[in-house]
Design a protein around this ligand. Sequence first.
Ligand SMILES: Nc1ncnc2c1ncn2[C@@H]1O[C@H](COP(=O)(O)OP(=O)(O)O)[C@@H](O)[C@H]1O
Ligand SMILES: [Mg+2]
Length: 249
Amino acid sequence: MQTGLEVRGLSKNFGGLVVSEDISFDLPSGARKALIGPNGAGKSTFANLVTGILRPSSGTIRFDGSDIGHLDEAARVRLGIAKTFQVTTLFRRLTVRENLRLGIIERERRGFGLFRRADRDAAQEAEIDGLLSDFEMTDLADVPVENLAYGQQRLVELALTLSLKPRVLLLDEPAAGVPSSEVHLISDAIARLPEDLAVLIIEHDMDLVFRVATSIVVLVQGRILVEGTPAEVAADARVRELYLGGGHG
Ligand SMILES: Nc1ncnc2c1ncn2[C@@H]1O[C@H](COP(=O)(O)OP(=O)(O)O)[C@@H](O)[C@H]1O
Ligand SMILES: [Mg+2]
C-alpha cells in the first residue's frame, strides 16, 4: 500500500467542456510537487476534485490506498487533505494569535481534538506559540491581521491551514498578489513545512516553483503534457514552447 494520494484517470466535464482529462499522478508523503500550466488549464479544478469541492466525471482518487471518491470535503479534511484558506477567511480585525486560536478550536470542534480537559487552553496556546515560531511571526502575534503586509497575511492563512494538522496540503497560487519583495516569506514558509507532509503547489511564479518543487507536472487544456524533475521540465521543448515560444496557451 502506498501512503499519500494516488490519482488515476481523473476527468471532469462542465457540460460539453472537458476541463480535466485522464489525469494520473501520485503525491506520496513528503512530496514537493508543483502543478503548472497556462490560465484555464484546469489547475484549480484539479485541486477542487482532490479536496472534494467538485466531483469527477470519471477516474479514482485514493488516499493511503483507500478510495475517497465518495467522501465530501469535510470528510476529506478530517482525513488530512487540506487546501489553504483564502485571505478572505481571516478575521481582519482580530490578531494573528486570535485567528490561529479560532483555527485550532475549529479543528477540535470537528473532532480532531487531542485535548479534552482542563489543560486544553494551555495546550492551545503552546500550539499557537509553536506555529508562530515556525512562521517567524512571534513578534506579530498581537497585531491585527489587517495591519499586516499582504505576504504576511498569506502566511497566517498557511499557518491556519497547518493548525488542521493536514497530511496533504494543496497550495493554490500562494504567491498570487504578493509583492515580489515578500515572495521569499512564502518560499521560506514552504521550506519549513513538516517533512512528511505531501505538498502540491499550484503557482505561476516560476522562481518560487523551481525553489520549492522536486517534481513538476505541466497541465495544458486539462491534460498532463509532461511530468518530471525541474531540470527535465525546464529542458522539455514543448514546455519551452509553451512558456517562451509566444504560445499563449
Ligand atoms: N464551475 C465551472 N463551470 C464551468 N466551467 C468552469 C467551472 N470552473 C472552471 N471552469 C472552466 O474550466 C477551465 C479551467 O479552469 P481552472 O481550473 O480555474 O483553470 P486554472 O486554475 O488552471 O486557471 C476554464 O476554462 C474555466 O472557465
Ligand atoms: Mg486557478
